[in-house]
Design a protein around this ligand. Sequence first.
Ligand code: UDX
Length: 456
Amino acid sequence: MKSQKQGHVLVVTYPAQGHINPLLQFAKRLASKGLKTTLATTPYTLKSITTTTTTSLQIEPISDGYDESGFSQAPSLEAYLESFRAVGSKSLEDLIVKSNNTTSPVNSVVYDSLLPWALDVARAHGVLCAAFMTNSASCCSLYWRVDRGGLDLEREKGSVLVVPGVPPLGVNEMPSFLNGEIAQSPYLALIMEKFKRLEENDWVFCNSFEELEGELVKAMQGLWPLQMVGPMVPSAYLDQQIEGDTSYGASLWKLTSDQHMTWLSTKPPNSVIYVSFGSMADISHKQVEEIAWGLKASEKHFLWVIKEPKNKLPNGFLNSLGEAGMVVTWCDQLEVLSHQAVGCFVTHCGWNSTLEGLSLGVPMVAVPQWSDQPMNSKFVEEVWGVGVRAGRNEEGIVGREAIAMSVRAVMEGERSGEIRRNALKWRVAAKKAVSIGGSSDRIVDSFVELLKGKKN
Ligand code: UDX
């Protein structure tokens, strides 16, 4: 590392909601500890960032070649990634070089692990480098073992997968890209790429915490420079006092109103089901219909985020709602989950949503769709005991009865007390991990101190 007095870290994001949130949050944590921090994000997503820049957190554009239109205008995912690799490498290099003429030259890069070329740029400029994982460490370890040939999925097809540090996984419990279901997805290539040179990083940060995936942390010792620094939930939701840190500070979709918050305030504590499937999953019409009638059949109040309600919801559903339910196209999920009226989270189990549900102590009904979600949902039910998985029918869909039954199981069934107690236990553990002296906080501290040069 170059010897300089003041550390400066460049945090590079990938432009998807579930990636910007944890990376921006990590950047804010680093900045709050007095480390000069720059968040590099694509010009298109930069417009969605509402966090005010402070002297310690700067925000700079990094080009992906689609500065005006963003990712959606790329002809394919492969073309987009290729463009980001080529244009982004140069753009990242420019940011590092530009800082060399200041009092705080960049001495480290933290990059979203979907952008593995950042490692080459960092190394070319002699700066420290860390990959940031936005999935669970358990899920990442599985991909890594596949990449290293430690898992032959063809041979294991149909059998239970047993890997160190992870509970045995049935076919429907492993990431969908690995179980053959979506084996041809370009996302698989994108994901596998990040594991090829993982160990070359100085650190591998993961948006998780040691207590949550203790067995995995033990199993990966000596294999990766793995460091659990999460959960990356804004500090105000974890009863902490980082100035201005009351939301993620970035939203790729617009909040049209806050009527839903007013509506929530009229409901008794723990009485409302919050339903959301994150930012990427495309839920089929049939599945949406089953969820709709399942929610109605549960006879509970519900707040449902659905991006295209008019296209997706069954005819007459919206008009039939009355006071029973509310549908919005986007919301501030943390604000909703932390509202006392919310007593159940019907979720696709995207990793951010899972961590948010855990950190806010909200019992969950897991309706996983793809990617890492089936695996996360297994942990929700079997490892952490904070919810149930809604069963699929022979068509591969979660039917209305399963939705209604799962919601009741979590909110009033025999096991609901235990689920709620577990949820509160994990909320306490999550807060502890990021509080002063907690397992994640200690790691962030030592990273900051190292970069500030105090331990050089
Ligand atoms: C996906 C994967 O499923 C996830 O596991 C992976 O790590 C990143 O890509 P996504 O489908 O968007 O992400 O889900 P999730 O990880 O849950 O992230 C969604 C984010 O959007 C959450 O932070 C959530 O708080 C936010 N959100 C969602 C809102 O702010 N408002 C909404 O209405 C819905």
